[in-house]
Design a protein around this ligand. Structure first.
Ligand code: NQM
Length: 352
């Protein structure tokens, strides 16, 4: 099936329908997305949408784990590279996982809502997902609007548990809240997604430039890539040249009731909005003293909701913090997404 999950779009497969071996699987996924040439950036011969946000795959199976309903593995088909990357998770594609599991009959519904626990294979963590299922059917229509997607749809609530160090092993993988690379201050954080935060002003930018202007800013992209490649091994991600993590996030002061304003490179294209777990990592950096956000982020006086501004609006994250430790610790992160089933059927794999 093809679903829009949050502000992304992807192909959703049952694991049982794919070859078991990952190398064989990847051939199928590349062919499905790109056709005969996995390096074609237009993906003209496949189902991919020629954008990192639409070149995504979810592989789903019923879970054998105690207290877990579904296993979800995320695969990024890396644009123009002929390769896949399983290092990161994707919280947008995750929004379509429970609808897909119900549509394919691997879990049953309760009325009026169905709650399912999803094991995220990439980051070895759990997300509890609640979707609307009146009359035993997935409800897609509704009035919930998320920035980056036109119109409204039924809300999908996702609670991520224990996602600190999802890919890097530690919340601050370099061991510091602030590092200096090539004279530029950076904060490297992984609370669900490895992200490098940088002050836009330190790079001679405002941080309010349009997505198109930033995508055309080759000097900035080259500076970001130089810093990213140096940080890969320091963040326990190894050589990151062919990987889609860490993401690079320019921050500046909020413009409209948010806590911070962002432009996120994922990692070479500027995101139209911000990734789900990317936003969770940015919000987490903002509430911890000593990161590059200090003096820029404006935190609310009370409450647990943090709004991250991005090129097409804002993304609200709720963070439940542990109270017993000297250091802030995020126990649970909540986000609202929507999803829609776009098509179901067979994808034709070219014979070579
Ligand atoms: O951060 C884009 C997206 C994402 C990932 C990216 C995501 C997340 O918007 O959880 O959702 O950062 O490559 O789908």
């Amino acid at each position: 099936m093809q679903l829009r999950g949050g502000s992304s779009k992807g192909l959703y497969f049952l694991a049982a329908d794919l070859p078991k071996d990952n190398a064989e699987r990847d051939k199928i996924l590349l062919a499905a997305m790109c056709g005969v040439d996995g390096t074609d950036p237009r993906q003209i011969d496949g189902l991919g949408g020629a954008d990192p946000l639409t070149s995504k795959v979810a592989i789903i199976s019923p879970s054998k784990r105690d207290g877990v309903d579904i296993d979800y593995e995320f695969v990024q088909v890396v644009l123009a590279s002929g390769k896949t990357d399983r290092t990161q998770n994707c919280g947008n594609i995750l929004a379509g996982v429970v609808p897909f599991a119900i549509e394919s009959g691997i879990i049953t519904t309760t009325s009026p809502e169905t709650s399912a626990r999803v094991y995220m294979v990439n980051s070895d963590a759990i997300c509890e997902v609640i979707i609307q299922t009146p009359s035993a059917k997935v409800r897609y229509d509704g009035n919930t609007h998320i920035d980056g997607v036109p119109g409204g749809a039924a809300p999908i609530t996702c609670y991520y548990m224990d996602i600190s160090g999802s890919a890097c092993g530690k919340l601050f993988p370099t061991g510091k809240r602030l590092n200096v690379i090539d004279g530029v201050d950076v904060t490297c954080i992984d609370n669900g997604m490895p992200v490098v935060l940088l002050r836009a002003s330190d790079l001679g930018r405002t941080g309010y430039e349009s997505r198109d202007a930033l995508n055309a800013d080759l000097e900035l992209k080259s500076t970001l890539e130089d810093i990213r490649l140096q940080l890969g091994p320091m963040m326990n991600l190894g050589e990151v040249k062919g990987k889609v993590v860490p993401k690079m996030c320019l921050i500046s002061a909020p413009l409209d009731k948010g806590i911070v304003h962002t432009r996120t490179f994922i990692p070479h294209v500027c995101h139209a909005a911000i990734g789900v777990l990317g936003a969770v990592s940015v919000a987490t950096a903002c509430i911890i003293p000593g990161t590059v956000t200090e003096g820029i982020a404006l935190l609310p006086d009370s409450g647990s909701y943090y709004s991250i501004e991005h090129p097409s609006g804002e993304f609200t994250v709720s963070l439940e913090l542990g109270v017993d430790n000297a250091e802030p610790e995020v126990l649970k992160a909540g986000v609202i997404r929507t999803a829609r089933l776009l098509s179901r059927g067979e994808v034709m794999i070219p014979s070579p």
